[in-house]
Design a protein. Structure first.
Length: 174
């Protein structure tokens, strides 16, 4: 039995006790979050969120690309979210490789180059990465300046979130 079969069995019992059928589509807390996909991050639990409270957009590294901007624009303009949050974390897998190494490995393994992905957005400093993502959103012409965009590093050892100041662009931190 595959793990997908296992989780489908879990869904049977979930559906049997499901009571969220009447939640409104717009997030109740008017919050949108871009977080790393790391399996250890329980985003709802770390932030005290329930189903229906927030949009949670996840990818490798908690990176802002065109697709995250797309989702956040839908989130704000169509579904009313008013604050954006970026969540990276310690011990992130994106710290463990370089884009060029992975691209080389894939080209060698498959014998072909591709148009996309052209980059994997690996990074060497989590706080600097968070700042960069904040800046990408802050500078986008379709993201209103009235929306707070705040970034955080989740500490995998303590469960605590530490805010990253958007301004410290030149300080090098570990
Ligand atoms: Zn990560």
């Amino acid at each position: 039995m595959s793990v997908i079969d296992d989780v489908l069995a879990a869904n049977e019992s979930y559906a049997a006790r499901f009571n969220l059928a009447n939640l409104p589509m717009p997030p109740a807390r008017k919050l949108a979050i871009v977080a790393c996909m790391d399996a250890r991050l329980h985003v709802e639990e770390m932030l005290g969120l329930k189903a229906g409270d927030a949009h949670i957009i996840r990818n490798a590294g908690g990176i802002i690309t065109g697709d995250e901007v797309r989702s956040l624009i839908v989130s704000h303009y169509l579904l009313g979210t008013q604050e954006f949050m970026i969540v990276n974390h310690t011990d992130c897998g994106m710290l463990t490789f370089k884009d060029e190494e992975l691209l080389d490995r894939l080209r060698r393994a498959t014998g072909v180059s591709t148009v996309a992905p052209a980059t994997f957005h690996a990074f060497s400093n989590v706080e600097a990465n968070v700042r960069e993502q904040i800046q990408k959103l802050r500078s986008h012409p379709w993201i209103p300046q009235s929306i707070p965009v705040r970034g955080f590093v989740f500490d995998n050892k303590t469960g605590r979130l530490k805010e990253v100041s958007a301004a410290e662009t030149r300080r090098s931190t570990a």
